[in-house]
Ligand binder design. Structure first.
Ligand code: ADP
Ligand code: MG
Length: 565
C-alpha cells in the first residue's frame, strides 16, 4: 500500500473538530437551515449523534503520535496511548453495556484486540490512508466474549505533525455477516452435494457390477483357493466402496428413502442395544423419551443417524462420559425462522431428537463445517468425514433440520427436528416363511444400464428363473405383448431415458393388475418422488445390491403373490 503524502493535506487543528461533519456534504449542507448561533449548532450535532443507530466515538491519544514514524511504530503507540474519550449510547449498546459512561475510558486494545492481525492491518491502513478510512471492517470482542464485526468510518486530527485524536462511526454487521456465512455455507453444501451425488451414482452402478461378478465367481465350486481369496478381497473392497457411495447418496439426497410413519421413540429403543455396543462400557447411555406423534422417515436410515452420532460421541469421549438421547415435542415458529435466514424454515410441530455428549466439543469453525462431506478433524485413515453428512442427508430427506451446539471442552449436542404427522402408524407385518426357490418362473428385467441389467439377469438365471430383458420401457411393453401371460414379475429401473419405470408400472398395472413390479434405483430422487409418490415405487430395491438381496426380494414378492392368489 502506498503512503499518501501527508504534506498535501492541510494539517487539522482543534478548531476543525466540527469541520469533518460539514466536510461530509449530504449530512448537513443544504439539508437543514444554517444555524444561527453556537447553541443551536451544538444541539443539532447532539441530536445527530444520539439519534443515529451507528456508534459515534472520539479517541484521544494520551501522548500524541508523530506522523513521521513508520506505520507499524504508530500502531504500536496507538495501542499504548489511545483511549475512548467519548461515545454515544448506540455504541454502548453495541457492546452490550447500559450506558456510554461504562465504555468511556476503554483502551484501544480492549476494543480492537491486538492479537488479531486483521485489526493491526486495519490500523496500519488508517495511517497509510492519511488518517481517513471509509467502510473499513474490523473485528472486536463483545462483552459476551464472542467476536463481533464492524464497518467503520474514521479520521484523525493531526496537529503540528502529531496525531492527537480520532473520530469515527461504526456499524455492527455481525448478524449480517453470520447470515452471509451461513448462506455461503448452504450454497457450498448444495454444490458439493451435487458433485458428490453425481460421482456416487456412477460409482454405485459400477459397484453393482463388481459386487455381482465377484459373487458369481465365488459361487463356483472349482475355484482355486488362491483365486478365491483374491476375489473375496475384491468383493470386500467393493462393499466398502458401496457403503461410502451410499453415504454420499444419502448426503446428496439422491438415495431412495422409504419414508413411512414411524414412532421415533421406538426407533431409538430399537437401536439402543447397537448404540450401547458402539459406545462401550466407559460411556453411559441415557434415554429420555417423551411421548410423540409419528414422524415420517426411514427406520434403517434413522438408525444409521443414531449410530453415526454415537460413533462421533465415543471418539469425542476417549476417557468415558455420558451420552443423552432425548426426544420431545416442539413447535418451530417465526422466531426460529428468523434465527436461520439461510434456510426456508417451515413452522409447525416437530419431534426434536437431541443427542448430547460430554466430550471434548468443538470450536466454532469446526461446528460450521461438520456436515460437509469429507470434513474431518481425525487423522488419515481414521475419519472419512462422511458420518455427519449422512446424518444431514437423511434429515433433509425427511424434511427436517439438524443443528449442532458445541463449545471446546463442553461437549456437543446435535438437535434434529423432524416434522410430526397425523398419519397412522402402519400395522406390523410379519415376514413370510422362507420357502424353496420357485424355479422356472419368468421374470422381466428392465434397465437401460447394460452392466447392471446383465448382472441382475445372471443372478436370476443362476437361481433358476427364466429371464427376459429389456433396455427400455417400450421394449418391455413389446415383450409383454408376446410373453405377457407367462411373466410372473417385472424388475424395473425407475429412471430410464425413454420410458421411466413409473410410466411402465402404470401401463403394466392397466394390463395386468396382479403382476408384481419390483422397482430399483440409485438415481436420482427428485422432490416429486420423495414426497409421497414413493408409495408407487413399492416394493423397492436400492442399487447397488448383492445378488442375494435381489433374489430375496424377488422370492418374497412371488411368494406373497402366490399366497394371495
Ligand atoms: P468423521 O467422524 O469421519 O471425522 P463426521 O462427519 O462424523 O466425520 O464428523 C466430522 C467432524 O465433526 C469430526 O472429525 C469431528 O471433528 C467433529 N465432530 C463430530 N461429532 C463430534 C462430537 N460429538 N464431538 C466433537 N466433535 C465432533
Ligand atoms: Mg464420524
Amino acid at each position: 500500500m502506498h503512503h499518501v503524502p501527508r504534506e498535501r493535506r492541510s494539517p487539522r487543528t482543534d478548531e476543525e473538530i466540527r469541520v469533518p461533519m460539514t466536510a461530509r456534504p449530504p449530512l448537513i449542507d443544504g439539508s437543514l437551515e444554517p444555524a444561527h448561533h453556537a447553541g443551536e449548532n451544538e444541539e443539532r450535532y447532539r441530536a445527530y449523534i444520539e439519534l443515529t443507530s451507528d456508534a459515534v466515538w472520539r479517541i484521544e491519544f494520551e501522548a500524541p503520535v508523530p506522523v513521521s514514524l513508520p506505520p507499524e511504530a504508530q500502531v504500536e503507540l496507538f495501542y499504548a496511548h489511545a483511549r475512548l474519550a467519548e461515545c454515544n449510547e448506540a455504541m454502548a449498546q453495541m457492546y452490550g453495556l447500559e450506558s456510554a459512561a461504562q465504555l468511556i475510558g476503554a483502551r484501544l486494545g480492549d476494543l480492537l484486540p491486538r492479537d488479531d492481525a486483521e485489526n493491526v492491518a486495519y490500523l496500519e491502513r488508517f495511517v497509510t490512508s492519511g488518517y481517513r478510512l471509509a467502510n473499513a471492517e474490523s473485528n472486536e470482542i463483545g462483552r459476551d466474549g464472542l467476536p463481533r464485526h464492524f464497518v467503520n468510518n474514521l479520521f484523525g486530527i493531526v496537529r503540528d505533525g502529531q496525531l492527537v485524536r480520532a473520530w469515527g462511526s461504526q456499524r455492527d454487521i455481525t448478524e449480517l455477516r453470520h447470515a452471509h456465512d451461513r448462506l455461503q455455507q448452504a450454497r457450498r453444501m448444495e454444490t458439493v452435494g451435487q458433485l458428490a451425488g453425481g460421482i456416487a451414482h456412477e460409482v454405485n452402478n459400477m459397484m453393482s457390477v463388481v459386487l455381482g461378478c465377484s459373487e458369481f465367481v465365488l459361487r463356483r465350486a472349482d475355484l482355486d483357493p488362491a483365486v478365491r481369496s483374491d476375489v473375496e478381497e475384491i468383493r470386500q473392497a467393493a462393499e466398502r466402496s458401496a457403503a461410502i457411495t451410499a453415504q454420499l447418496l444419502a448426503f446428496s439426497r439422491r438415495q431412495m428413502l422409504q419414508p413411512v410413519p414411524l414412532d421415533l421413540n421406538a426407533v431409538v429403543r430399537g437401536a439402543e442395544p447397537a448404540l450401547r455396543r458402539a459406545l462401550g462400557d466407559a460411556i453411559a447411555l441415557e434415554l429420555r423419551l417423551a411421548p410423540l406423534r409419528p414422524i415420517r422417515s426411514d427406520r434403517v436410515q434413522l438408525e444409521q443417524v443414531l449410530l453415526n452420532l454415537a460413533d462421533n460421541a465415543r471418539e469425542a469421549m476417549p476417557g468415558g462420559g455420558r451420552l443423552v438421547i432425548e426426544t420431545s415435542d416442539v413447535e418451530l415458529g417465526p422466531r426460529d425462522a428468523a434465527a436461520h435466514p439461510e434456510i426456508r424454515l417451515r413452522a409447525g410441530p416437530y419431534a426434536l431428537l437431541r443427542v448430547a455428549d460430554t466430550g471434548r466439543g468443538m470450536d466454532r469453525e469446526t461446528a460450521r463445517r461438520v456436515f460437509e462431506p469429507f470434513f474431518t478433524t481425525k487423522g488419515v485413515g481414521k475419519g472419512t468425514g462422511l458420518g455427519l453428512s449422512t446424518v444431514y442427508g437423511v434429515v433433509k430427506q425427511s424434511d427436517g433440520y439438524v443443528w449442532v451446539d458445541s463449545e471446546p471442552g463442553r461437549g456437543a449436542a446435535f438437535r434434529i427436528y423432524l416434522p410430526l404427522t397425523d398419519a397412522e402408524l402402519p400395522a406390523p407385518i410379519s415376514p413370510p416363511e422362507p420357502r424353496d426357490t420357485p424355479a422356472g418362473q419368468m421374470v422381466l428385467v428392465v434397465d437401460d444400464e447394460p452392466m447392471v441389467r446383465s448382472m441382475a439377469v445372471r443372478a436370476l438365471r443362476q437361481a433358476g428363473y427364466l429371464v427376459l430383458e429389456a433396455e427400455s420401457g417400450a421394449q418391455a411393453l413389446a415383450l409383454m405383448e408376446r410373453h405377457g401371460a407367462e411373466v410372473r414379475l417385472v424388475l424395473t429401473d425407475i429412471t430410464m431415458s425413454e420410458m421411466g419405470g413409473r410410466e411402465l408400472g402404470r401401463r403394466l398395472a392397466a394390463q395386468r393388475p396382479d403382476l408384481p413390479v419390483l422397482y430399483m434405483s440409485g438415481y436420482p430422487v427428485d422432490e416429486v418422488v420423495r414426497r409421497g409418490i414413493l408409495q408407487e415405487y413399492r416394493p423397492f430395491l436400492q442399487k447397488p445390491f448383492a445378488p442375494d438381496t435381489l433374489l430375496g426380494s424377488v422370492r418374497a414378492l412371488l411368494e406373497a403373490r402366490a399366497g394371495a392368489g
